[in-house]
Write a protein that binds this ligand. Structure first.
Ligand code: FAD
Ligand code: FES
Length: 275
């Protein structure tokens, strides 16, 4: 099977399998090989309705999949789709996570933090880093929103309300974990406020850092300018940025652009990743 990639137009693909991951979260699997670097995204077209960006959360030689939190109109329609129905897939796009030389081949101490449905963006990365035996932390608002909790043998769960795992946020545990494991790199994807806290922690302790940013996307290929963040096209230059790049992006952790292009605080933007 050839590896799939299509940059200019969606290719219709049949949904092979639908998995209920948690309350409000479903995965959609496609029997196609995908040429994908962890952290990149694909555009998923619901014919006659809209096209939206998603990370790839399942990847092997025979299939790939996305994991979708039900939010607004588009994801509600997506959640109604069944095996045999078709979606248009374009991509993959953007720059994914890098694995620096000091981390390759199982070297180096690694921590991966997923918040809410941001966990979908780091799953394939965690699998690529299996030789490093990374510390995996996942946070969600409540126990029923946690997913992939049985996918990794060492995963520490956090919930805001304490209904499952440790009560609180993954960031609460970072200081103690770093004292023990002396991390060389921390990767994260989740609510931007959480990622900004991890960024500050890494800056303070001189730890390498990579985060996947979410901005409203329309074209996904650097044409419309909708996803711009301090001069960086998140769809093309990101969505994954390292500590140095983020140090020059003043809007990170503070502002985002609405679909209209209006720049608003993150609170107003409504952080879709905090499930
Ligand atoms: C690089 C990237 C990867 C993503 N990966 C995932 C994923 O793996 N799983 C997942 O559940 N969601 C992911 N998303 C978000 C997903 O695209 C939105 O949740 C989805 O489009 C919401 O559509 P809606 O109509 O159901 O909700 P709406 O009510 O339209 O929006 C709900 C929230 O989603 C955001 N959103 C809506 N449309 C877009 C868009 N075109 N681009 C970016 N954000 C949008 C809105 O700003 C809002 O905060 C990703 C977004 C980006 C940018
Ligand atoms: S989504 Fe159009 S430039 Fe990034």
């Amino acid at each position: 099977m050839n590896k799939f990639s299509s940059f200019d137009q969606p290719v219709m693909m049949k949904i092979d399998k639908v998995i209920d991951e948690s309350v409000g979260t479903k995965s959609f699997l496609f029997k196609h090989k995908l040429d994908y670097t962890p952290g990149q995204f694909i555009m998923v077209w619901l014919p006659g309705f809209d096209e939206k960006p998603f990370a790839v959360s399942y990847l092997n030689d025979d299939f790939f999949g996305i994991t979708v939190l039900e939010r607004g109109k588009y994801t509600k329609l997506l959640h109604k789709m069944e095996p045999g129905e078709q979606l248009g897939i374009r991509g993959p796009f953007g720059h994914g996570y890098s694995i620096p030389d000091n981390i390759k081949n199982g070297n180096g101490s690694v921590c991966v933090i997923g918040g809410g449905c941001g966990m979908a963006s780091v799953t394939v990365l965690i699998e690529r880093l299996s030789d490093n035996n990374p510390t995996v932390l996942m946070g969600a608002s409540t126990g029923t929103s946690l997913f992939f909790k049985n996918r990794y043998k060492d995963i520490t769960l956090f919930t805001d309300d304490g209904s499952e795992g440790i009560k609180g946020y993954p960031t609460d545990a970072l200081e103690a974990l770093h004292n023990k494991h002396k991390y060389d790199i921390i990767y994260t994807c989740g609510p931007e406020i959480m990622m900004a806290k991890v960024f500050e922690f890494c800056r303070k302790h001189s730890i390498q850092f990579e985060a996947s940013l979410e901005r409203y996307m329309k074209c996904g290929i650097g044409i419309c300018g909708q996803c711009v963040c301090n001069g960086q096209m998140v769809c093309k230059d990101g969505p994954v940025f390292d500590l140095q790049a983020l140090s020059n992006m003043d809007d990170f952790g503070k502002y985002s652009l609405l679909k209209s292009g209006l720049r608003v605080s993150l609170k107003e933007y409504g952080d879709w990743r905090s499930c």
